[in-house]
Design a protein around this ligand. Structure first.
Ligand code: PRP
Length: 180
């Protein structure tokens, strides 16, 4: 897989170190609150596994699977819930865990949906964020791993055509892979 990258942006050790810092922050902010961590499948699996295992406080894990409406050419941000959480949200401190915030449209929609279920609080944790989401300012990422460039990146949960999610670092996919 590493041969298909044009550039490595973050080595596994750099991601691990940053995730540990985020875990310490989350431990401190949610001490005694049994935070309900909600991972958005599939990409968030790696971040969720590393983040929760770096924590020392109790937490609960749950998952949602969503699919974007439309052709996929331009994201509307409107999503269809394919798999909902098992745990009730009402009165809980919820932390949504994502691999990447790209345009921010998915999370903006999802947060509205989750807020309507009356959580005690709701925040976002994401491994990576692209400039588009910073410009759009439609979601506030309280716990962020790294701001990254807008290139096509893979690894640490992020895929191209279902592959590269298990790459431990994060890199820019060489255009030769998708331009044929
Ligand atoms: C990715 C990512 C977010 C969303 C972000 O999921 O995990 O859910 O896109 O994009 P946005 O900020 O522009 O809305 P994707 O649909 O690729 O599914 P996956 O996690 O299964 O790869």
């Amino acid at each position: 897989m590493a041969d298909d990258l044009s550039e490595v942006l973050y080595q596994p050790e750099e991601i691990e170190a940053r995730v540990k810092e985020l875990a310490a922050q989350i431990d401190s902010d949610y001490a005694g609150k049994n935070v309900l961590m909600v991972g958005i499948l599939n990409g968030a699996v790696m971040m969720m596994a590393d983040l929760t295992r770096a924590m020392h406080e109790h937490c609960q894990m749950d998952w949602m699977a969503i699919s974007s409406y439309g052709s996929g050419v331009a994201s509307s941000g409107v999503v269809r819930i394919l798999k909902d959480m098992n745990a009730p949200v009402e009165g809980r401190h919820v932390l949504v865990v994502e691999d990447i915030v790209d345009t921010g449209l998915t999370l903006s929609y999802l947060l509205d949906n989750l807020r309507s279920r009356n959580p005690a609080s709701i925040e976002i944790c994401a491994a990576f964020r692209k400039p588009e989401a910073v410009r759009a300012q439609n979601v506030q990422v309280k716990y962020l791993g790294f701001d990254i460039p807008s290139d096509f990146v893979v690894g640490y949960g992020l895929d191209y055509d279902g592959r590269y999610r298990n790459l431990r670092g994060l890199g820019i996919l060489d255009p030769k892979v998708y331009s044929g």
